[in-house]
Design a protein around this ligand. Structure first.
Ligand code: FAS
Ligand code: PHB
Length: 392
């Protein structure tokens, strides 16, 4: 097989890149190791930055999001013994964010791919990258018992944190930055009406979050120790623990229901530099992971795709590889700002086992300052809403 861009991974990054390249007349083949149903079934992100919403609109992928998504002006923070406060992102920075699940985005991306008869290979085994530091890279894979090779001009590594693409960058070139947090998030999805706002709770029992996917689908999380066994968390125990972490009035308005999905996600911050090597370009979780506290993971994947698709289009239209050469540096600027914001919010809102009494007081007065200082809220609102994309 031949193509211009071989894309490894059919998650949101890979499928959005394929869609945007198609809009620019650039051919691609997407290679995915799982089945389409498996990829579709994953429950993950839920909050879209304005830049993500604008990108989906720009490429004709927003019809359902505009129907079913829920725009929010801001989010609430509550913490034990103190009154709640609302950070009005729209008032502070003139932007809104939209609650619309990654699952729905994945469906929309697959439907768009079907409409254009895109070449997406599912259930690909033994995917391997070849010649990334030559002018003739390729991707090989097992398909129905046959070895297939895809010759291409460029490879986009959109295969997530556990993929193979990042490993094609030589160890003496790759610099890795990692922070593992001493807890995870136990999340559930329940077919019940959500609270009106996204609410972050800092409580002596631990962090909690109330979010949503639609007016009839709620998403909740609680911080749990890393060694938590999900079998120890029947729904009744989850609901009781979640409500214990919110103020009584708010807890009373949480509508309980059966969990239709329940999972534990560990929290880590991770960045790989550079995000490109020869003809290989990494985008999304293949290059970076953020704790979900700042709702940045999916949005960062899309900003990488914005920069990479722009660079590839520039290369094919003008012959100039300039934007490809600067892709890693450009993408990493936004990556690191989002990584820092996610790290800041994770430290602000979670209870750390190693925290001293001093740490606890400092955290409480950081929250108190955020509550009382409009300029502190503007600073957070700027980051939470998502920094503007660079257009130079
Ligand atoms: P993905 O991991 O989504 O997709 C990579 C794709 O590559 C997968 O389909 C995988 O099967 C495929 N692949 C892997 N290895 C391969 C190989 N060798 N060959 C071919 N294909 C291969 N973000 C938020 O903003 N908010 C959240 O609440 C949130 N919750 C999350 C919960 C969990 C459990 C996880 C894991 C992530 C969560 N995230 C959240 C982050 C998440 O949304 C990611 O940022 C997003 O999926 C990134 O998309 P991709 O970069 O496309 O990577
Ligand atoms: C979600 O709805 O899944 C969600 C919302 C806000 C976050 C993280 C996750 O910060």
């Amino acid at each position: 097989m031949k193509t211009q861009v071989a894309i490894v991974g059919a998650g949101p990054a890979g499928m959005l890149l394929s869609e945007i390249l198609h809009h620019h007349g650039i051919d691609s083949v997407v290679v995915e190791r799982q089945s389409r149903d498996y990829v579709q079934a994953r429950i993950r992100a839920g909050v879209l930055e304005q830049t993500t919403v604008d990108m989906l609109r720009q490429y004709g992928l927003s019809a359902r999001m505009d129907q079913e998504g829920h725009a929010h002006d801001g989010m609430k923070i509550v913490w034990a013994g103190r009154s709640e406060f609302f950070i009005d992102v729209h008032k502070h920075v003139g932007k809104r964010f939209v609650a619309y699940g990654q699952t729905s985005i994945q469906e929309d991306l697959f439907a768009a791919a079907d409409r254009r008869n895109a070449r997406v290979i599912f259930n690909a085994g033994e995917v391997a990258l070849h010649g990334v530091d030559t002018d003739a890279p390729s991707v090989s894979l097992e398909l129905d018992g046959r070895r297939v090779t895809i010759e291409c001009d460029y490879i986009a590594g959109c295969d997530g944190f556990h993929g193979v693409s990042r490993r094609a960058i030589p160890a003496d070139v790759l610099k890795e930055f990692e922070k593992i947090y001493p807890f995870g998030w136990l999340g559930i999805l329940t077919p019940q009406p959500p609270l009106p706002d996204i609410v972050y709770a800092n409580h002596p029992r631990g962090f909690a979050l109330a979010s949503m996917r639609s007016p009839t689908l709620s998403r909740y999380y609680i911080q749990v120790p890393l060694d938590t066994n999900i079998e120890d968390w029947p729904d009744a125990r989850f609901w009781s623990e979640l409500k214990a972490r919110f103020p009584a009035g708010m807890a009373a308005s949480i509508v309980e229901g059966p969990s239709i999905e329940k999972s534990i996600a560990p929290l880590r911050s991770y960045v790989a530099e550079p995000m490109s090597y020869g003809r290989l370009f990494l985008a999304g979780d293949a290059a970076h992971i953020v704790p979900p506290t700042g709702a940045k993971g999916l949005n960062l994947a899309f900003s990488d795709v914005h920069y990479l698709s722009r660079a590839l289009d520039h290369r094919y239209r003008t012959g100039s590889p300039d934007l490809l050469a600067s892709y890693s540096e450009t993408a990493l600027r936004r990556v690191w700002h989002s990584v820092r914001t996610s790290w800041y919010l994770t430290n602000l809102l979670h209870r750390f086992p190693s925290s001293t009494a001093f740490d606890q007081r400092a955290q409480e007065y950081e929250l108190d300052f955020l509550k009382s200082s409009p300029s502190a809220q503007v600073a957070l609102a700027e980051q939470y809403a998502g920094l503007p994309l660079e257009h130079t």
